[in-house]
Design a protein around this ligand. Structure first.
Ligand code: PMP
Ligand code: GLU
Length: 394
């Protein structure tokens, strides 16, 4: 019989949908993907070359659980250069993706029954990661513009609060948190002594001159209350490589490495060598990708907001838009009624062969998540198809 942990876990809606899309494509259906939270580019060549070289040089064995020294040093350089925070290599643990880094971090600071605050709409995995660690997720709404609602966070704090998980730039909203709100959050974390688990994987994907604020850099107290999460997937188009990391106060970092030592051991060795190259030599390729995402975002935003009944916040980060499509709830296609975001996304997938993610999966029930990572041509065709399918609802 399944354990209660396994029974209580909701499978990842984003990962499941990828599976459905892959099956449809294998069956010959021409699906346009605007679902996956994954860069629409190949991994830059210098990173691939470095990986091949690492394989040829025999970098194929076990290494230290928290990662090779060269990568932990490169991470420290990156954190100082980009984020203004100083960490020692001993405070870094390299993991199999930021997803594992998040699981490690939560397991390292959450006791059974402890509460973890999660701003919503939020990424599908946070609630489940907290549940896996035996913690209690406490979801709080963000403001209408998807910025942190500090007074809602403050109201949610109790003596059992162990942490808050924040994500800026945000999946699925695209919001970039302001320095002011993060300073207030840091104040709350210090006052009530809880951790900020700060997921910064979309840090580089930021537009319109907005700046990513790293909460750990605000003060020594903020630093001591933060576990920083980042990774290679989003910035360097390396989702399949599975490389992420935590940077944390020394005691927490040791706990994280101990946990990882009994789960996966070290992250893949030759991927770590390639990641050193990514962190040191890829500023230009990141800039090019970001400029292209900005173009795609403006186009997708323009198309969505010109569709009947759709409203959308024009946000500044990540590669997602979260339009409100509730105008279409209650409408019908023949006998088929669209009751919610799940129904609408199934309808659009079946009718238009366009994959988008139901907002319901992120606790944004009136919305759908559109990833603008696909090529401009595919986004244009996807929007055409979606618009035609929506116009058939009455
Ligand atoms: N955090 C957020 C907000 C994400 O969207 C993702 C995407 N999968 C991750 C963490 C995990 O990234 P990865 O495991 O690929 O490094
Ligand atoms: N984070 C991406 C998404 O939200 C990839 C899938 C996942 O890991 O959830 O689509």
């Amino acid at each position: 019989m399944l354990s209660s942990i396994a029974k209580n876990i909701t499978p990842s809606a984003t990962c499941e949908l990828e599976g459905v899309v892959a099956d449809l494509r294998a069956a010959g259906v021409d699906v346009i993907g605007m679902n996956a939270g994954e860069p629409g580019f190949d991994t830059p060549e210098n990173i691939r070359e470095l990986c091949k070289r690492a394989l040829d040089e025999g970098k194929t064995r076990y290494v230290n659980v928290p990662g090779i020294a060269a990568l932990r040093e490169a991470v420290c350089e990156k954190l100082e250069r980009d984020n203004g925070v100083i960490y020692e290599p001993s405070q870094i643990c390299v993991s199999t993706g930021a997803k594992q880094a998040l699981n490690n971090a939560v397991m390292a600071v959450v006791n059974r029954g402890d509460e973890v605050i999660i701003p919503m709409p939020g990424w599908v995995s946070y609630v489940e990661i907290v549940k896996l660690a035996g913690g209690v997720p406490v979801c709080v709404d963000t403001k209408e513009d998807f910025q942190l609602d500090i007074s809602a966070v403050e109201k949610a704090v109790t003596p059992k609060t162990a942490a808050i998980i924040i994500n800026t730039p945000n999946n699925p909203t695209g919001a970039v948190y302001t320095r002011e709100s993060l300073e207030k959050l840091a104040g709350l974390a210090v006052e009530h002594d809880f951790y900020i688990i700060s997921d910064e994987v979309y840090e580089k994907l930021i537009y319109n001159g907005k700046v990513h604020e790293c909460v750990a850099s605000f003060s020594e107290e903020a630093y001591n209350h933060t576990i920083l999460i980042n990774g290679m997937s989003k910035a360097f188009a390396m989702t399949g490589w599975r490389c992420g990391y935590t940077a944390a106060p020394a005691e927490i970092a040791a706990g994280i490495s101990a946990i990882q030592g009994h789960t996966t051991s070290n992250g893949t060795t030759f991927v770590q060598w390639a990641s050193v190259e990514a962190l040191r030599h890829n500023e230009e390729s990141v800039k090019e990708m970001v400029a292209e995402y900005a173009r795609r975002k403006d186009y997708a935003y323009g198309r969505l907001t010109s569709m009947e009944g759709i409203t959308c916040a024009n946000v500044d980060g990540a590669f997602y838009l979260l339009p409100d499509v509730s105008h279409y709830f209650g409408k019908k296609y023949g006998e088929r009624e669209i009751r919610d975001s799940f129904d609408l996304c199934s309808y659009i997938l079946e009718e238009a062969h366009v994959a988008i993610v139901p907002g319901g999966a992120f606790r944004a029930p009136g919305c759908v998540r559109i990833a603008y990572t696909n090529s401009m041509e595919k986004i244009a065709e996807g929007m055409d198809r979606m618009e035609r399918a929506l116009s058939k609802l009455g």
